[in-house]
Design a protein around this ligand. Structure first.
Ligand code: ABN
Length: 182
């Protein structure tokens, strides 16, 4: 009957070794290693950046688009700096591209777009600061939406009253200030 006890011993030893292999220190280290390598590789995987490089979606205007008709008239919605603006042009409201009309003050926060300057072929960062303090100007409404995205992605959405952080949050018109080269 010793062969039966031998057989049982062998089976038990095999089972114990299997459990030790699965739950032992070495397999724990192997699992930690896999996690670390996986964590390092994860950021290298392809990522949807379509919000950043989306194509133009003009509504009620149209900025300077590649190959399209550009204008040098800053009172026209087609002027290149307006590629992602949403508001009344301050150039039609007694202000300029960069300054607010008398009686208003620039918004403390703004929406920044990226527009192609057809003259030098470079992309510029444009800060769309609203002018605040008196009611809507009503002239030259311009709504261009290059790279803009819906409101649930606030950082890439332009349909917002940027006067919200000012003492007087009444929106009058919008300026288009170059803040850098992209
Ligand atoms: N950024 C101009 C604006 C003001 C109020 C509402 C929508 C857009």
């Amino acid at each position: 009957m010793s062969w039966i006890t031998d057989f049982i011993d062998k089976q038990t030893e095999r089972a114990v070794r299997k459990v030790a292999h699965r739950h032992g220190r070495r397999s724990a280290l192997a699992r930690i290693g896999t996690g670390l390598i996986g964590g390092a590789l994860l950021p290298m995987l392809p990522f949807d950046r379509s919000g950043q490089f989306g194509s133009a979606h003009a509504a009620g205007g149209g900025g300077a688009k590649a190959g399209g008709a550009a204008t040098e008239d800053a009172t026209k919605c087609e002027y290149w700096r307006y590629c992602a603006i949403d508001g009344f042009l301050c150039t039609c409201c007694g202000g300029s591209l960069t300054s607010c009309p008398a009686g208003t003050e620039p918004s403390k926060v703004s929406w920044v777009g990226t527009c192609l300057n057809p003259k030098d072929g470079r992309q510029y960062l444009i800060s769309y600061n609203d002018c605040c303090g008196i009611n809507s100007c009503g002239n030259c409404l311009c709504n261009n939406n290059e790279r803009e995205r819906p409101g649930y992605r606030l950082g890439v959405h332009n349909d917002i009253n940027w006067c919200m952080a000012n003492n007087n949050s009444m929106f009058h018109c919008t300026t288009s200030i170059i803040v850098g080269v992209a």
